[in-house]
Design a binder for this molecule. Structure first.
Ligand code: MN
Length: 283
């Protein structure tokens, strides 16, 4: 199943090039009451709600997907986790390019571990990326994103994928510089998530996907998730050894080689097999 959020916080099921409005299912979620939950309530309830969502989709008219305003498929993640240098060739290019490393220490992922991006950086596929510091180098980083489906506290690698609700395409937009990653990658709109969330049953093995990113039609990044140094399961094992993962938490799994700058007016097209594609305007 492909879930999207669109227009004015509507929930949709995408089937081919149409979508079905299933927003009525949101009435089943608990009413908001302080304190707010530390996870995404829809993702947490998805296993229970899924039969009703499918039934609503069957009954709802088909709406054209084209022209919809796409919001982040996960509305309220508790945290956005990201993997640095998780492809060997990206590690090599980061070490070789002063414009990427800025004299900072580029550690391999097993030494660097993971970092966090501010939740306020989350944006959907229809929102332009507004460069926060246009005078600096702002890079695109296409990444497979795993959406955590259920609470994961110190889970083993073998059990890790049972804790995934689904997958999205992510853009880990990055200001190059000397600051901490958590600052440079947390500008408003610098965590793009879309176009929809494909539930994990449709992607039983996330290490078999192909991805590419083009800027104004020119191929910049092309890779396979088989080349991840630490795959999705290993990243969940590592992250959950430090902190509990909650439903709706996002795990950006790292970008392959080919990162490069974008400028106002550019159009990025990001695609991952089994998920789809999205076009993002830079301004
Ligand atoms: Mn990244």
């Amino acid at each position: 199943m492909r879930l999207c959020r669109f227009d004015d916080n509507r929930l949709g099921v995408v089937r081919g090039d149409v979508l079905h409005d299933v927003s009525a299912v949101l009435e089943a979620l608990p009413a908001w009451r302080y304190p707010l939950p530390d996870h995404d309530p829809l993702i947490a309830a998805l296993p229970d709600l899924r039969p009703r969502i499918e039934a609503l989709a069957d009954a709802a008219p088909a709406l054209p997907l084209a022209g919809r305003r796409l919001l982040p498929p996960v509305a309220s993640p508790g945290k956005i986790i990201a993997a640095p240098v998780n492809y060997r060739l990206h590690h090599d290019e980061a070490l070789a390019d002063q414009g990427i490393h800025h004299g900072t220490n580029i550690l391999p992922i097993d030494k660097a571990g993971l970092f966090l991006k501010a939740n306020s950086s989350l944006a959907g596929a229809s929102e332009p990326v507004t460069l926060r510091f246009p005078e600096a180098r702002n890079d695109h980083e296409i990444e497979l994103v795993a959406v955590i489906g259920r609470r994961a506290d110190r889970v083993s690698r073998a059990a890790a994928l049972d804790h995934v609700a689904g997958y999205c395409i992510g853009l880990d937009m990055t200001v190059r510089g000397t600051e901490e990653r958590s600052m440079r990658k947390s500008c408003d709109g610098y965590s793009v998530l879309g176009p929809c969330m494909v539930t994990a049953d449709e992607i039983p093995d996330p290490s078999t996907l192909e991805m590419e990113l083009r800027v104004n039609g020119e191929l910049r990044q092309k890779a396979r998730t088989a080349d991840l140094l630490r795959d999705v399961a290993a990243l969940i094992e590592r992250a959950s050894s430090f902190y509990t993962l909650m439903p709706g938490d996002l795990l950006f799994t790292g970008t392959p080689e080919g990162v490069g700058p974008v400028r106002p007016g550019d159009v990025m097209r990001a695609a991952i097999s089994g998920i789809g594609a999205m076009e993002i305007i830079v301004c």
